[in-house]
Design a protein around this ligand. Structure first.
Ligand SMILES: [Zn+2]
Length: 223
């Protein structure tokens, strides 16, 4: 059995030997090594690039920086991957959505549902804080009432009000219902919340960008 040397991502020990106790082939000379830290005995996975004819876990000596192949510097991250979101979504709101998505990736569906609800909540408050037509107006504490009044004041189009209201009601379920919130429910709420953010922030920003280009090109008069 060979070994690798990396900083342990489990106990934090620098440049510590890990025993390679297993390997699986992933295609194109790419292997995943199952590595056990000699300090804490916890395991992590590293990608190893090796075209030899043995299973890497049968190789003696040091893998990667020693006699064979190349070893990635960073361990495979098992937890979650962070979503790329449009820059036009305000950072605070994008952060909430990302956190909700990461909860869903971790199979924490109730937490995900509650976080999507919070995303909708903060997004509607953001409109009150930034839309000039709402200066001096106090947003309702209750989310669904707030959404309804944004529709009544013609700040939001009826289709957006509907998406927001469905998302809010469903998020209430995740946050308050006794029944478990399921994977499918969390996925559906994620789509709905993304659709809402798209209509509220992404589409208007894209429209403004194209309009600005047209004005610059003389195809359109400034408003
Ligand atoms: Zn360790």
């Amino acid at each position: 059995m060979g070994f690798i040397v990396r900083d342990c991502v489990r106990c934090g020990t620098k440049s510590v030997q890990h025993s390679v106790s297993g390997s699986t082939y992933q295609g194109e000379n790419r292997w995943e090594l199952f590595c056990v830290c000699n300090r804490c005995t916890k395991s992590s996975i590293y990608v190893f690039h090796y075209g030899g004819n043995k299973n890497p876990h049968d190789l003696p000596g040091q893998l990667g920086d020693g006699d064979y192949g190349q070893l990635d510097n960073v361990a495979v991250k098992i937890a979650t991957t962070s979503l790329d979101l449009a820059a036009s979504i305000p950072e605070r709101i994008a952060g909430l959505f990302r956190e909700a998505n990461e909860c869903r990736q971790m199979t924490w569906y109730e937490a995900a549902g509650a976080m999507y609800r919070k995303t909708v909540d903060v997004a509607t408050k953001h409109i009150y804080a930034t839309d000039g037509r709402l200066t001096g107006k106090i947003p309702a504490d209750a989310l669904r009432v707030r959404i309804k009044s944004l529709g009544e004041m013609k700040i939001l189009e009826p289709d957006i009000v509907e998406v927001a209201d469905v998302a809010a009601l469903d998020g209430n379920d995740a946050a308050h219902d006794i029944d478990p919130y399921t994977a499918d429910e969390a996925e559906a709420l994620e789509y709905l919340t993304m659709d809402l953010l798209d209509r509220l922030f992404v589409r208007p920003a894209r429209l403004a960008e194209v309009r600005a280009k047209q004005i610059l090109a003389g195809q359109r008069k400034p408003a």
